[in-house]
Design a protein around this ligand. Structure first.
Ligand code: PA5
Length: 460
């Protein structure tokens, strides 16, 4: 199982001003945390609660369906192109970056065991999209369009461009190159899929985008590149079991949620830094940033009070950002809680040859890059603690499907518990609507004429 080390948030180590009296706080909050965990589990099957993500680890049917489809089309495509944005893209991208061989898309077919390359197009930059379309042979590309609502402007505009090109190149056969992941019944993409006869996969009811990585949203792309989804789901299930423990002393998601909540509300540490010491985990920080920000950044609490709360997530990467952000973390405002993610065992080892005798670099010879990254992680952690900067560390035995399943699920549960502590609605995102409406108005969508007028006034 994952290990969680929170010693460097304790007042005994950081002092009263920056640290928490954790034993006392765990006692104070134990009952409340137990109530939250019981409550989440008792509400999870109720429609409208948006808690179905707690059941995804057990959905054997989805695993079976995506594997069956992947087996059926095996060898037919050189590329998988995933179209989606936000929760419909970030989890897939993060897991593929973590679990596929690094530089996957640059490997030869043989090095990829004849599996396809995979591209996640999660933006609408015309230069990027045109460049990708120049690279991809669409005839040999399977396009997985993912949108829960079925009408997200970014995703559907990408889809419209690609569908049009596919149809021109392939005629009626183009539908074999499309697989849609969307709501079972509603939305424009569902309607188009039914009319055109696309193969589809379902995003279950009451699963929001940022909690959807273990639904077909993630599982289908993973199956298409042969990621071990049984192991991934085993990690989710084992973590789920561990996190059903209502005693905070034995529940790492509850511990980290409470630590973040108290650090924010008592000590002014309202910035959450996610800093894996592994390039393969770099995009886990992107996924987490969305999960944390969109879930916890809210104007009103559940009682209707205006609170404008939420910790700000920041992405960092060890060791790279030691040469970029650590100066700020050590000496700048003491308003951050740093989350290190450490990998105990890398897949490979790389020795540094003894080729120079200079004192300044000679000591590196004969050591490994593994020794260096681990030493740097330890050194940074101790230095931050010397500066009285709170930090926690999550340890993974290694970067594999089992551990990644555990890690992502643990962070989802942590977010859910933090949302309950803040007493906000973790699953909505009213704050993104205003800009969406303005975009519709600017793009001439019917029904948004009033917003267009309002916008014209504000822009002039
Ligand atoms: O987490 C969320 O709910 C959002 O980030 C959505 O995933 C994102 O807006 C994309 O929505 P959709 O899947 O409807 O295209």
């Amino acid at each position: 199982m994952l290990e969680f080390d929170y010693r460097n948030v304790r007042a005994e180590i950081l002092g009263e001003e920056n640290g928490l009296n954790l034993d006392a706080e765990f006692n104070n909050y134990n009952e409340k945390i137990a109530k939250i965990i019981n409550d989440l589990n008792s509400r999870k099957d109720k429609p409208g609660q948006w808690l179905q993500w707690l059941n995804l680890g057990y959905s054997e049917e989805t695993v079976w369906l995506v594997k069956e489809y992947a087996a059926m089309i095996k060898g037919r495509f050189e590329n998988i192109l995933v179209l989606g944005i936000g929760g419909s893209a970030l989890g897939g991208c993060a897991v593929c970056e973590a679990l596929l061989k690094p530089y996957w898309n640059l490997l030869t077919e043989e090095q990829r065991d004849n599996l396809p390359r995979i591209f996640f197009l999660d933006n609408i930059d015309p230069d990027q999209m045109n460049a990708l379309l120049d690279i991809l042979d669409l005839k040999k590309t399977l396009v997985n369009v993912i949108t829960k609502s079925g009408s997200t402007a970014e995703t559907m505009s990408q889809f419209m461009i690609i569908k049009d090109r596919l149809e021109k190149e392939l005629g009626d056969n183009y539908i074999r190159n499309i697989v849609a992941t969307t709501d079972q019944n509603v939305g424009i993409l569902r309607q188009i899929s039914n009319e055109e006869g696309y193969k589809t996969f379902v995003i279950p009811d009451d699963v929001g985008g940022r909690f959807s990585v273990f639904s077909a949203v993630g599982l289908l792309p993973f199956a298409l590149v042969d990621i071990n989804i049984e192991e991934l789901m085993q990690g989710v299930k084992d973590m789920d079991l561990a996190l059903k423990n209502t005693d905070i002393r034995h529940n790492i998601a509850a511990q980290n949620a409470l630590i973040h909540y108290l650090m924010d509300t008592q000590k002014g540490k309202n910035i959450t830094v996610m800093m894996p010491y592994s390039s393969r985990l770099k995009y886990i920080s992107d996924w987490f940033a969305q999960l944390w920000a969109e879930s916890l950044g809210k104007e009103n609490d559940n009682n209707g009070n205006r609170v404008n709360i939420g910790p700000t997530p920041v992405k960092a990467l060890g060791a790279t950002d030691q040469h970029s952000q650590i100066q700020l973390y050590n000496e700048g405002p003491n308003n951050k809680l740093i989350n290190f993610i450490r990998v105990k065992e890398f897949d490979t080892t790389l020795e540094i040859p003894k080729i120079f005798g200079f004192t300044g670099i000679g000591y590196l010879g004969g050591k490994t890059i593994n020794d260096l990254i681990n030493s740097e992680a330890n050194a940074t952690r101790v230095a931050l603690t010397d500066y009285k900067r709170p930090n926690v560390t999550i340890y993974l035995d290694k970067v594999d499907a089992y551990n990644i399943g555990q890690l992502l699920y643990m962070l989802e549960v942590q977010t859910a518990i933090a949302g309950e502590l803040y007493n906000i609605n973790t699953y909505n995102q009213p704050g993104v609507e205003q800009a969406k409406n303005y975009t519709y108005a600017l793009m001439g969508r019917a029904g948004y004429e009033e917003s267009a007028e309002d916008l014209k006034r504000k822009m002039s």
